[in-house]
Design a binder for this molecule. Structure first.
Ligand code: FAD
Length: 322
């Protein structure tokens, strides 16, 4: 009986969100007094998988079938289910990423398990009782959910867990779920990665985001310059992308991307509930708005009441001097 973590790769490396899942899985294994194994699919380098030992993973099962380089839900589910059965896993952990969200329910049905998504903290385990805390209502509230059937499947919210390091090296073994052409009958999901100076928005540690208060696309050099100085990705509110000031892949919120960076800087954004839904799990939120009554200030850790066209150039100068 063990804990199993599903890890995703990006450009040959393990995604940050999967390192969070690996840390979480190791900590659950410690609570249960058992071991933790990972299963990896697609294009991840072997040394990157071995480094999962840093997060306490002892063994990584790897399926390098070339057809898995693009996400195909049924094929991914089959490989992960095979790993769960092989390892007799009682708990399965992965990130609540786009892929995680797409496979969670399918895995729960296939394995007769119980599922909790958007989980934000380690479980409370007392005897047979296993309870996790998950975000609900777009992160506005938390709910405690009892998971009963094994395997207990936990999709953790990005940025909820601090990645630990300091363990050893994981061994890497092949796993084969004997995939057939039928497992690939659905069209693979094409993943298009949009980067800002090499920083991917969903994985970014810092995000600089602009709203309608920026007045027009001709002023976006301020957002881009600040992002460049901070090594951040750029983002925007929905009206900004609707008006084609910025591309749609930068739109964050309820109908856009969800981001969970360490630092989210919102410039000229009012803080509507639909926008907050996509950013409110950021660790630190800084709001720059000329209206002291802007709702975003209620969600902010730090606020600057001021004109973006005066404040942002000063921030860029300050960042250059760092
Ligand atoms: P505004 O509301 O116009 O706010 C502009 C802000 O800039 C104001 O607070 C103003 O004080 C400030 N400002 C103006 N000039 C300056 C200046 N010079 N310096 C500093 N500050 C200045 N929105 C999203 O963002 N993401 C979503 O996913 C999303 N989904 C939605 C889904 C539905 C079903 C609906 C109905 C709406 C959705 N919206 C979404 C829209 C949302 O309700 C808001 O209308 C939107 O977020 C407002 O964008 P904004 O803050 O950029 O613009």
């Amino acid at each position: 009986m063990s804990v199993l973590v599903f890890v995703e790769g990006l450009n040959g490396e393990v995604k940050k969100s999967s390192l969070e899942a690996a840390t979480y899985g190791s900590q659950v294994a410690q609570q249960l007094g058992t071991t933790v194994t990972a299963v990896a699919i697609g294009e991840v380098k072997e040394d990157a998988l071995a480094r999962l030992g840093e997060q306490g993973i002892s063994k990584v099962l790897y399926d390098g079938d070339e057809r898995l380089s693009q996400f195909v839900a049924n094929a991914y589910v089959k490989v992960i289910a095979k790993a769960v059965e092989q390892e007799n896993a009682r708990v399965l952990v992965f990130s609540n990423s786009n892929i995680g969200a797409a496979i969670g329910a399918k895995l729960a049905v296939r394995l007769n398990g119980s599922l909790a998504t958007n989980v934000t903290a380690l479980p409370k385990i007392e005897g047979d009782s296993f309870t996790v805390t998950r975000g609900v209502f777009s992160g506005k509230a938390l709910a405690d959910v009892a998971l009963t059937a094994d395997p207990k499947i936990i999709a953790i919210k990005k940025n909820s867990i601090d990645i630990t390091s300091g363990g050893g090296t994981a061994t890497v073994e092949n796993i084969s779920a004997e995939l057939t052409d039928a497992d690939f009958s659905e069209k693979p999901k094409e993943t298009v990665m949009q980067e800002t100076d090499g920083v991917l928005l969903p994985e970014a540690a810092i995000v600089v985001s602009g709203g309608r208060g920026m007045k027009g696309p001709e002023n976006w050099h301020l957002i881009e310059d600040l992002a460049k100085e901070l090594g951040a990705a750029t983002a925007c509110s929905k009206p900004v992308s609707d008006m084609d000031w910025r591309p749609h892949h930068e739109h964050v919120g309820q109908t856009g991307i969800t981001v969970s960076p360490n630092l989210y800087i919102a410039i000229g954004i009012s803080g509507a509930i639909q926008h907050l839904a996509g950013v409110n799990s950021s660790k630190v939120i800084v709001v720059i708005n000329k209206d002291p009554e802007a709702p975003f200030f209620k969600a902010a850790d730090y606020g600057i009441v001021g004109d973006a066209f005066e404040v942002v150039p000063k921030l860029i100068e300050a960042a250059k001097a760092l």
